[in-house]
Design a protein around this ligand. Structure first.
Ligand SMILES: [Zn+2]
Length: 414
């Protein structure tokens, strides 16, 4: 009897605590709303292009993470939209698909000029914030978009691209990826090639942020050794807590701190929770077989599998694993703040790129204030929380802009 009562009491306490963790106090709301909140990775352009999704959507049944309403509710000030070209289905026309995705973001901004604006600099982000508009920025996810042509890098910069992830999950012509580093069928380079190093330097000169999310460990060390500007991990978490090769080791975190850069924590459940990661890994073979079977089925019908198809199947599999608590995500922010310092951590959600597999309570950009509440609960000051929410990224962006001006001035003075 006593034991049952104790259990009930414990249960009541647990429920109260978790309900409390989900609600946002006036103080947390005030801190959150006083910040310029910047997220450095959302895959929503896949939806713009494949699904004809409109960011102005008010559909309450829409499962997407990003809409203008959701951004407003979560005080999201700036989003780096990911320009990600799936490397299998787009073989032979990476650049064209890159351009199509870039266009899809501009078209959304053109449809909603009163609520969304393209942004190309740290000043632009601040301007958009003053105008109460969502700042839309562009980041290319994967160097294969260059088609091994440095001229395209400059063209992408001119079109407004402000970061490039040196590789996605696929090793490309100049950078090894963590995604296939153990695949003997893939030709690797032992990190960055000489051409890859040239690309990093050209990115520095242009003022395009060098992004090391997804890259193989050696690529990371090569990039950080030669970059003249602080670099970013646009959407990466900590390997010390969740043992995924996509995550960053403590040594890497310390190196980013020394470089003055910032690690933007990825919200994907398999990157922030070890239990979830193991469960997802255990079902990987079956999940991939299901996607392959569906792809073959479409092939017979003369169609190719889209991002949306894939996403739907991934969602079905993700639903079989319990979502991790929000505290798992906060643990990663805390860990990076401890190892690298509070000046070197931020948010890189991977919204709309993880088939809904985010921690409990984080269902869209509207839930971002819950992160502020959780950080406040763990004793972070308002000032530090504002750095994490966007201040750090703004600092790094400004510094990369300064390095770019300096490098260009040095050339023109010659
Ligand atoms: Zn990614």
């Amino acid at each position: 009897m006593h034991n049952r009562l104790l259990t009930l009491l414990l249960l009541a306490v647990t429920v109260t605590v978790s309900v409390h963790a989900q609600s946002v106090s006036a103080k947390a709301r005030e801190i959150h709303d006083s910040a310029i909140v910047i997220d450095t990775h959302a895959d929503t352009p896949q939806r713009f292009l494949d699904e004809n999704y409109d960011i102005g959507s008010t559909d309450p049944g829409d499962h997407g993470h990003i809409s203008l309403d959701k951004a407003k509710a979560g005080n999201l000030g700036a989003e780096f939209f990911s320009i990600w070209v799936e490397p299998e289905t787009n073989r032979g026309h990476f650049a064209r698909h890159t351009l199509d995705l870039i266009d899809s973001v501009y078209e959304q901004a053109a449809r909603h000029p009163d609520r969304m604006t393209m942004a190309f600099s740290a000043d632009d982000i601040e301007r958009a914030h003053r105008e109460h508009k969502l700042a839309a920025l562009l980041g290319i996810e994967g160097g294969h978009s260059l088609e091994n042509d440095i001229h395209l890098l400059r063209d992408y910069y001119r079109l407004g691209v402000r970061y490039m992830t040196l590789s996605w999950s696929n090793t490309n012509e100049f950078a090894d990826s963590s995604g296939d580093i153990d695949d003997p069928k893939v030709e690797h380079h032992n990190g960055l090639t000489e051409g890859g190093k040239q690309i990093v330097r050209e990115m520095n000169r242009l003022g395009m942020l060098v992004d090391i999310s997804h890259v193989a460990d050696k690529t990371f060390w090569d990039a950080i050794a030669i970059t003249k500007a602080p670099l970013i991990a646009s959407h990466s978490s900590a390997r010390g807590l969740t043992n995924h090769p996509r995550n960053m080791t403590d040594d890497m975190l310390r190196a980013v701190a020394k470089n003055g850069g910032v690690v933007q924590v990825n919200f994907y459940s398999a990157f922030v929770d070890e239990t979830y990661r193991k469960a997802a890994e255990a079902q990987r073979k079956d999940r991939e077989a299901a996607i392959e079977a569906y792809t073959d089925q479409l092939k017979v019908a003369g169609k190719t599998v889209t991002y949306i198809d894939r996403d739907r199947i991934e969602r079905e599999w993700a639903a079989k694993i319990p979502r991790p608590p929000l505290s798992s995500l906060i643990d990663h922010i805390d860990h990076i703040a401890k190892v690298a310092g509070v000046d070197h951590v931020g948010l890189g959600s991977d919204f709309d790129g993880v088939s809904g597999a985010t921690p409990e309570g984080i269902d869209s950009a509207a839930d971002l204030p819950k992160i502020t509440q959780a950080l406040l609960d763990r004793g972070h000051s308002g000032e530090n929380i504002r750095k994490i929410l966007g201040g750090n990224l703004l600092r790094v962006f400004r510094e990369a802009e300064r390095v770019s001006r300096e490098m260009q001035a040095a050339v023109s003075a010659r």
